[in-house]
Ligand binder design. Structure first.
Ligand code: XIL
Length: 327
């Protein structure tokens, strides 16, 4: 087989996917790769299903862009990973700065989840139900949800989600679980909290926004995945990108990767994808955009860049070739 998804399937996994967004749909070179048979089997909307887009004002729901991404998935024969419902970020101000009590915020939260999931019912392979509920030390993040509802907002979100779309897999999703053992402890606590409440949780998504040369080994990453698999959930890499840190001394002021850095990036991608191969309950890998042209990294983390498998002018990087050979 040719293409990352086709190779991933032949390795016994469900998909190799990518984040994408409607802004990218007018770019023909981009579209050619996205639609190329076998390259991807899954797409995730990078922004258009987030709360600030889908419900910018209370009870006013907007699905234009998210529908366009879902149609793109259907046109290309791709699955859709839906992202995300309960999250402190990209949250409209009516939620984040409202004055809520338990009853009113419960109503706002369950109305949002039910409306969005009902709209996309039958289209989502999985939903990231709760995103980034943890601080780096494993404690709960001080979001409006936590302040008003306590940790109860997490099982509440999963319970509401399970009722709205019984066929979508329900995930907890977070970053730095790969690099902070305390945060991984917190994620384990969340899985158990939801399970003990009697609500359904099917998976844990590991975002894996990583740095070249600071990516844990394949063995360490596989051990992390299997720790969660033992809790009775599936696991996936959901937002993989591995950025060069151009502010480090080895970069000598350059903001383009040299051959050594590209080789290290390839090894790091192999560690991450390889860990998924090592864990039977790891279902797939999603990269957070496939070309450096559209990566969120440089504008969000000044000094970091070029984290993707394709260059900004659509050439496959050593990391692409290394992942292909691995699969
Ligand atoms: C990012 C998008 O890539 C950006 O375009 C946007 O400006 C901010 O959000 N964790 C997540 C993703 O769960 O939704 C984030 O996506 C990256 C970090």
């Amino acid at each position: 087989p040719e293409g990352l998804h086709a190779l991933m399937m032949s390795a016994g996994k469900e998909y190799f996917g990518t984040a994408t967004e409607t802004d990218n749909f007018g770019d023909e070179s981009y579209q050619a790769i996205l639609a190329y048979q076998g390259e991807f089997g899954m797409i995730t909307p990078e922004n258009s299903q987030k709360w600030e887009v889908t419900e910018p004002r209370r009870n006013h729901f907007v699905y234009t862009n998210a529908d366009a991404v879902s149609e793109k998935a259907q046109d290309n024969g791709h699955l859709l990973r839906c992202h995300t419902l309960t999250w402190h970020s990209q949250l409209p101000s009516f939620v984040s700065s409202g004055s809520w009590n338990t009853t009113t915020l419960t109503s706002v939260l369950t109305t949002h989840i039910t409306n969005v999931m009902t709209h996309f019912k039958g289209q989502c392979y999985a939903w990231d139900v709760v995103n980034e509920a943890l601080n780096e030390d494993g404690s709960y993040r001080e979001s409006v949800f936590y302040e008003v509802l306590g940790d109860e907002y997490i099982p509440l979100s999963f319970k509401t989600a399970a009722e709205a779309d019984p066929d979508a897999k329900l995930y907890y999703n977070d970053f730095n679980l790969e690099t902070s053992s305390k945060k991984a402890d917190g994620a384990e606590r969340i899985v158990k909290l939801v399970q003990e409440s009697g609500a359904r949780i099917d998976g844990v998504g590991f975002q894996a926004h990583l740095i070249v040369g600071q990516t844990p080994s394949r063995q360490t990453l596989a051990a992390l995945l299997s720790r969660f698999a033992r809790l009775g959930v599936e696991v996936a890499w959901t937002e993989l990108d591995i950025a060069h840190d151009f502010s480090s001394s080895s970069s000598n002021g350059s903001s383009t990767a040299n051959a050594t850095q590209l080789e290290q990036q390839a090894q790091d991608y192999v560690s991450v994808v390889g860990a998924c191969l090592d864990e039977p309950k790891c279902v797939g890998v999603t990269v957070w955009q496939f070309t450096d042209k559209y990566s969120w990294v440089p504008s969000t983390f000044p000094g970091r860049g070029e984290p993707c498998l394709w260059t900004a002018d659509y050439k496959k990087k050593p990391a692409y070739d290394a992942v292909s050979r691995l699969l």
